[in-house]
Design a protein around this ligand. Sequence first.
Ligand code: HEC
Length: 231
Amino acid sequence: MEIKRKWSVILGMAIFFGAGTIAINACVHAPYVLPVAQRTFSPGVCFERDILPIFISKCGNGECHSSPRGASGYTLDNYKDIISKGIVPGNPAASKIWESVAMNTLNVQHMPINRPGLTMAELNMLRAWIAAGAVDSGDCTNNCDSTNFTYSGAILPMIQVNCLGCHSNASATGGSLADYTSIKNAAVTGRLIGDISHTPGYNAMPLGGYRLSDCQVAQVTKWVAAGALQN
Ligand code: HEC
């Protein structure tokens, strides 16, 4: 039984690939995958805080690569699906997802299609994360300070990471959050706080399921209460 099955598999492969292709296949190496035991956290990178928001904001967009649509078979709004396809742990160069976003730096039209590409900082973080083994979570120590912070040091970077993928200009559904004036507009009308604190009756933001940390929500709340200054 065992032997019979083995032979039928070999025969099947021979018919499928043809003798010539088998010869070529023998020279093609599977991409190097970092062994599970060597996978580690990339210094300072936390999947939940740094990587997932990039995917949700720039690839999910509430439509393209988010559930249930998952364009081209890529659902990129949760760890399990992100890692299941297109990421080769330990090997950014062999990772299709990396290739498709990094190509934007060469001005080749690729991913995200018709949306702002990943920033250099985001690309560096993504590559470091994949190279270290693409593990879940990581160094998530909370470096958020809700007492001493500024608009330019905390609020703006938070918006850039979590919101700009979908709110990059005035024609975006839900409007722009790309400059101080439009962020302040959303702030003074109460929508910014209502949305990010997932208050019933508002649109829970970022669209796609996760919520900013309590500290980030506290920062925005205090910033608005203090007059939403451009400090
Ligand atoms: C994945 C895409 C996506 C992301 C990421 C996202 N938004 Fe939105 N946002 C939308 C869409 C779509 C709408 C329109 C919702 C509607 O009108 O039903 C919207 C609407 C809004 C609105 C205006 C509508 C309203 O009255 O609520 C605000 C303000 C807003 N988003 C803030 C944010 C903030 C702040 C972030 C980041 C912390 C964020 N969004 C991240 C897709 C996104």
